[in-house]
Design a protein around this ligand. Structure first.
Ligand code: PLP
Length: 452
């Protein structure tokens, strides 16, 4: 059997890929007909494919490569940890230094009294953990009826059965009998698509008040928690009106509802501060983190939990955990990633320099005939494509057709952007330079022109 390497012809790699590799969120037949683009290596914000093309990755992988590709320090830490202690579990009265050190560091970085860390390997697993945590918390607090979790349509919380149930993606609910019982979805604060004649402020308040209406309808004694992303990412980078989050916080406080901030995308500098909760000024009881926690170099995630919630859970045996909870290699890699983010001032630079530079150019995209609104917070941004921006109109074609074409144009122009329906989105590595931002905008404009 010949060894499969980067040096094989692209067509052969594509054929083997099509024969044996099932891709997530992909129509296998369509991909096989076209052939997947084979990525061979990466450095900074740049990917290289098997044909030698250099591609500007304006998505940071899947919103995760915050420190950029190719940092040797992380490879060295991983190798060192693998030699010293490649694996040990944290289940049965044992622990190890990488898990202790990472938990301590996350408690230091996280806002407020979020001082306790439960590890998993992916954002989905961490959100599954949160479902059981909040339900167990109320059961152990003498309120076993408080079990319903409220979340949002078009929110994304992962792909496991539990996390996808929390998410509000109807194509995911349509497969496999989702959602699980005890999850209730309210509408999202997407003013551009759903605001109608309301001002953003009227709409922001109305959508936040849907949470209160749902609590009244379901019964305050039945609702355990509300989960949301500070800024919806996979739903299309939906930035809520300014008054949305303060009202949500008020409602959670008034009705004894735990607030879970899903920071899987927003965490670790993406919004210009360490956490999206700080940017949106909210006080969650639990934060979900993943992706930027290790910049994608190793799979690791966590639920970061408040003193109050942890106190209750610590008093019982929480029957939950994963073989790889606190995996020592992933934890060591994550710690090194956090050291780099901190010591190189990357998060502060995003807030003070990189984000304002990108924002000015990004928002100017509204001068393009296809672009309606252009929204950006920190380094996560989106543009809504429209045939008629004055009326916030939708295209006559199936939703997403124009977005898909635009994404394909970007990819052909060696720029990775994603589309969610007819919104184009970016989330580049936080280390992107001003000249790389210029190139990103230039290629995005060229691709948009090619969609006219
Ligand atoms: N939560 C949010 C906000 C996400 O964006 C994602 C993934 O994109 C997840 C959870 C799921 O994370 P994972 O794919 O690591 O399971």
């Amino acid at each position: 059997m010949a060894q499969i390497t980067n040096h094989m012809p692209t067509a052969e790699l594509q054929a083997l890929d099509a024969a044996h590799h099932m891709h997530p969120f992909t129509n296998g037949h369509e991909l096989a007909a076209k052939g997947a683009r084979v990525i061979t290596r990466a450095k900074g914000v740049w990917l290289t494919d098997s044909e030698g093309n250099e591609i500007l990755d304006a998505m940071g992988g899947l919103w995760c490569v915050n420190i950029g590709y190719g940092r040797e320090e992380l490879a060295e830490v991983a190798a060192r940890q693998m030699r010293e202690l490649p694996y040990y579990n944290t289940f049965f009265q044992t622990t190890h230094v990488p898990a202790i050190a990472l938990a301590q560091r996350l408690a230091e970085l996280a806002p407020g009294d979020l001082n306790h860390v439960f590890f998993a390997s992916s954002g989905s697993e961490a959100n599954d953990t949160n479902i059981r945590m909040v339900r167990t918390y109320w059961a152990e607090s003498g309120k076993p009826e408080k079990q319903i979790i409220i979340s949002r349509k078009n929110g994304y919380h992962g792909s496991t059965v539990g996390a996808a149930s929390l998410g509000g993606m109807s194509p995911m609910h349509a497969q496999g009998g989702l959602p699980i019982p005890g999850v209730h979805h309210i509408n999202q604060p997407n003013w551009w698509a759903e605001g109608g004649d309301m001002s953003p402020e009227e709409f922001g308040l109305a959508r936040a008040r849907e949470l209160e209406e749902a609590i009244h309808e379901l019964g305050e004694d039945k609702v355990a928690a509300f989960i949301a992303e500070p800024i919806q990412g996979a739903g299309g980078v939906i930035v809520p009106p300014d008054n949305y989050w303060p009202e949500i916080q008020r409602i959670c406080d008034a009705h004894e509802i735990l607030l879970i901030a899903d920071e899987v995308i927003c965490g670790f500098g993406r919004t210009g501060k360490w956490f999206g909760s700080q940017t949106m000024n909210i006080r969650p009881d639990i934060m979900t983190v993943a992706k930027g926690l290790s910049s994608g170099y190793a799979p690791i995630s966590a639920s970061i939990v408040s003193d109050g919630v942890a106190k209750v859970l610590d008093a019982c045996e929480f029957n939950h955990g994963y073989t790889y909870s606190g995996h020592p290699v992933s934890a060591a890699v994550a710690l090194e990633n956090l050291r780099i983010l901190d010591e190189e001032g990357i998060v502060e630079r995003v807030g003070a320099e990189t984000a304002p530079y990108l924002q000015e150019k990004w928002e100017r995209l509204t001068d393009h005939p296809l672009v309606g609104e252009a929204r950006i917070v920190g380094l996560m941004g989106s543009v809504a494509l429209t045939p008629d921006k004055d009326n916030r109109a939708k295209f006559a074609a199936d939703p997403g057709t124009v977005g898909f074409i635009c994404r394909e144009r970007c990819f052909a122009n060696n720029l990775v952007m994603r589309h969610v329906g007819d919104r184009m989105i970016i989330s580049p590595p936080l280390v992107i330079s001003p000249s790389e931002i210029d190139l990103l905008i230039e290629r995005a404009r060229l691709s948009l022109d090619q969609c006219l």
